[in-house]
Design a protein around this ligand. Structure first.
Ligand SMILES: Cc1cc2nc3c(=O)[nH]c(=O)nc-3n(C[C@H](O)[C@H](O)[C@H](O)COP(=O)(O)OP(=O)(O)OC[C@H]3O[C@@H](n4cnc5c(N)ncnc54)[C@H](O)[C@@H]3O)c2cc1C
Ligand SMILES: *[C@@H]1O[C@H](CO)[C@@H](O)[C@H](O)[C@H]1NC(C)=O
Ligand SMILES: *[C@@H]1O[C@H](CO)[C@@H](O)[C@H](O)[C@H]1NC(C)=O
Length: 432
């Protein structure tokens, strides 16, 4: 932190700033401290933020990372279930500049992935400022700088000022909780998958799982393996694909075929093989969308489900499939087909969304509606006035890595020019 300097009275041209005061009592005072950062600020210490920091570091550009949680990769460490593995084969999930260790299986476990991220942060000497929630970021037209305001655990405020702002808060920042009629009335626990760890605590219970994405399907399987009785409530259509086809990963095979064939044809191929391997999923209550899986993904971002064994349990009747929920009562769920059933617990596998609109005061780059960049892939990573986005392409870790590399190259150019002007700020302190 010794390269951070406090600037009193928010005057950026103060050439005699004092060192950032570490006295914790100072931090209690609400006279919000103002810290000038010579390099970019990255918001979020997930895989995307770490990748951006590493790529910048490699180009000789120092950055700081602000993270609301007390650890890196908080989504993976604090909000995922125990049995989680990467959904895609490992070669599609590496961050830039550092491959996975030799020993990792094709689908690394959550623990392995977290270990990898921790050694990644160590290797590139990334030490985020933890427990700092960004509550506001705004471009100051007059000064030509971004002002980023954070709130710590004791409600202490800090203002950071910087030239470049990299948004890495993720597509999965906040749990989406749907509004189901009668929710307050329901007597048992209702929890989002971000709080679900293992089916062990649901042994013998009737559990209604709402939402049939990868998480919902996998939670059902986990419940089944722990002798609970899950029912999957499916409102929308969904593409379920086998995780492997013809001895290769379905994802890898699709990417490869797309090099030679148009997307529609690859979709046809995927659907034919899926039909042969899985049968007609509509028979089990999982109707397919009109559009093919890759086209739908490209157009709407909706990810196909890669089956890891759930479908077999649906076929055997261990997991039931119901239509969407009409309303809940104290002990039951009533479905849109009029049927009613008793449940002990409800698990919401209803996904996540971006929180960018809640803190970024900017209207050009990010859509207020979904908190994602408005410009379609691959052009969403760069905005105006030194604003960047990493990890918002709906293309997982691979997409985040691409963003991170582009951003680092772009900032490197202006850094070399600007560093001359602001070198007095960094000198003589060593930069990260
Ligand atoms: C169950 C599950 C499985 C997945 N499996 C895969 C997979 O196999 N392969 C793949 O490529 N992708 C997968 N994904 C997608 C996943 O989103 C990415 O793997 C990855 O976590 C995205 O990284 P990120 O850094 O963009 O976002 P995140 O990992 O969400 O990190 C964002 C960070 O920003 C912090 N933050 C948010 N708001 C603020 C704020 N206002 N102030 C300060 N900090 C803030 C958060 O605390 C968090 O630490 C999976 C997702 C889930 C939920
Ligand atoms: C962040 O908060 C946690 C408690 O939630 C605490 O254990 C940790 O030391 C804090 N870290 C920093 C860097 O303040
Ligand atoms: C994918 O979507 C983009 C718009 O987001 C579109 O321009 C492109 O043509 C689509 N690709 C295919 C192969 O349909």
């Amino acid at each position: 932190m010794d390269y951070l300097r406090e600037i009193e009275g928010k005057r950026l041209h103060d050439r005699n700033p004092r060192l950032h005061d570490r006295n914790p009592n100072m931090m209690m005072t609400k006279s919000s401290r103002c810290i000038c950062i010579p390099g970019p600020i990255i918001i979020g210490a997930g895989p995307s933020g770490l990748a951006a920091a590493a790529c910048l570091k490699e180009k000789g550009v120092p950055s700081i990372v602000l993270e609301r949680s007390h650890c890196i990769a908080s989504l993976w460490q604090l909000k995922t279930y125990d049995r989680l593995r990467l959904h895609l084969p490992k070669q599609f999930c590496e961050l830039p500049l550092m491959p996975f260790p030799e020993g990792f299986q094709t689908y690394p476990t959550k623990q392995q992935f977290i270990q990898y991220l921790e050694s990644y942060a160590r290797k590139f000497d990334i030490s985020p400022n933890f427990n700092q929630s960004v509550v506001c970021a705004e471009y100051d037209q007059v000064l030509g700088f971004w002002r980023v305001r954070t709130v710590g655990l004791k409600k202490e405020e800090t203002e950071y000022v910087c030239r470049w702002l990299i948004v890495a808060t993720g597509e999965n920042a906040e749990a989406v909780v749907p509004n189901i009629e009668g929710m307050e009335e329901f007597g048992g626990p209702i929890m989002h998958t971000s709080l679900y760890r293992s089916g062990g605590v649901f042994r013998g219970k009737k559990v209604l799982v709402v939402g049939c994405g990868n998480s919902g399907m996998e939670v059902c399987l986990d419940l089944c393996n722990h002798n609970a009785s899950p029912t999957l409530a499916v409102r929308d259509t969904v593409h379920v694909l086998p995780r492997e086809m013809l001895g290769r990963s379905t994802f890898g095979l699709s990417m490869w075929l797309l090099k030679w064939l148009p997307m529609r044809l690859v979709d046809r191929f995927l659907l034919i093989v899926s039909r042969l391997v899985l049968g007609d999923t509509a028979r089990y209550g999982l109707r397919r969308p009109q559009m093919g899986p890759l086209e739908l993904k490209n157009l709407s971002g909706k990810t196909p489900v890669l089956d890891v064994g759930t479908l077999a349990k649906i076929k055997s009747g261990d997991i039931k499939v119901s239509p969407g929920i009409e309303r809940l009562t104290r002990h039951t769920a009533e479905f849109v087909n009029g049927k009613t059933e008793k449940f002990d617990t409800i698990i919401l596998a209803t996904g996540y969304n971006s929180n960018v609109p809640s803190w970024l005061k900017e209207k050009e780059m990010f859509s207020v509606k979904d908190g994602l960049p408005k410009r379609p892939f691959p052009n969403g990573w760069k905005g105006e006035s030194g604003l960047y986005a990493v990890g918002f392409t709906k293309r997982g870790l691979l997409g985040a890595s691409m963003d991170a590399k582009r951003i680092a190259e772009d900032i490197e150019k202006s850094w070399k020019v600007e560093a001359k002007h602001i070198s007095y700020i960094s000198h003589p302190f060593s930069l990260q």
